[in-house]
Unconditional design. Structure first.
Length: 299
């Protein structure tokens, strides 16, 4: 009689996990992107990791604005802008205002595989080539079209203008006013979203110093910078703070150093007639005694 045969594998592969994911690796020779584990396994929002992965997979020169990303992702403007802000705070994303060899000013967006890289090592001084234009124009989805409006784009451009206009050369933190830095550092206690880096605080410190020199108290400057902030900050906190600080307040009027002249106080006297106390320059009679004497003299 024949023995029964089983189709089950006699033994498991050595080293194979008994639970969890098992990777089936395929060697890729084209159309792949190298991503660090620190970014791929970053804790937090999955949208942030997804946006970072998508940007790394794009060729140089591809647009990565909020509107361009909303055309690719189904998430709205708020989630996409929040992901870009988190990547910028973590050091993966950086926007710079640079002058090209032709003299033109252009805003460049750098994305780092590992935060802390040096974009100045770019061998192409004129920047990456322009991306090829698609043959057929793509229309943005209805959600993206409703989220990005001319008014919101103009507001973001107005708020970002003061920061982009400043020089991009690093400012030593030791040269900034300590009192102004203390005011900027304390903003996080009022609104945790107002988190500033050391370089951003050094750039904003001169404007805060002008406000303090105009006679405003640190609490008044804090109230001005934190009052009426939108629920969703679509721009960097440093940009909206720079926008609120761009107008220097009118200095308070200088008080006169000379003290006000007060009238002389006459000494107290006792009336020679009724012994009543009154103020007079010299001893004598009070008013009632003087008037009574006149009446008696007239009678």
């Amino acid at each position: 009689m024949a023995e029964p045969q089983s189709n089950a594998r006699l033994r498991a592969d050595a080293g194979a996990p008994t639970s969890g994911v098992i990777h089936v690796r395929t060697r890729l020779t084209a159309d792949f992107t190298v991503i660090s584990n620190a970014l791929a396994q970053r804790r937090g929002s999955a949208v942030t990791v997804g946006v970072a992965t998508y940007i790394l997979s794009l060729p140089d020169g591809s647009p990565v604005s909020i509107a361009a990303l909303c055309e690719h992702f189904t998430e709205g403007e708020i989630l996409v802008s929040r992901a870009l802000r988190e990547l910028e705070e973590a050091g993966y994303l950086e926007r710079r205002r640079e002058r090209l060899s032709t003299g033109q000013i252009r805003t460049r967006t750098y994305f780092y595989d590992i935060p802390g890289g040096d974009p100045d090592l770019n061998p192409d001084p004129d920047g990456p080539p322009e991306p090829p234009k698609p043959r057929r124009p793509r229309k943005p989805p209805a959600a993206a079209a409703a989220a990005v409006t001319p008014a919101s784009a103009a507001m973001e451009e107005t708020v970002a203008a003061p920061v982009r206009a400043e020089a991009e050369t690093p400012i030593p933190l030791a040269d900034a006013d300590p009192q102004a830095l203390a005011v900027l550092a304390a903003l996080r206690r009022v609104d945790p979203r107002l988190f500033l880096s050391a370089q951003e605080a050094a750039r904003l410190a001169p404007a805060v110093t002008r406000w303090l020199a105009a006679g405003l108290l640190p609490t008044q400057v804090t109230d001005h910078l934190t009052a009426g902030l939108p629920d969703n900050l679509l721009v960097r906190p440093a940009r909206i703070l720079a926008y609120r600080l761009k107008e220097t307040p009118l200095p308070a009027p200088v008080r006169s150093a000379e003290p006000a002249v007060r009238p002389a106080v006459l000494p107290m006297r006792n009336c020679d007639g009724c012994d009543r106390g009154f103020r007079a320059a010299e001893p004598g009679l009070c008013r009632d005694c003087r008037s009574g004497n006149r009446l008696r003299a007239a009678g």
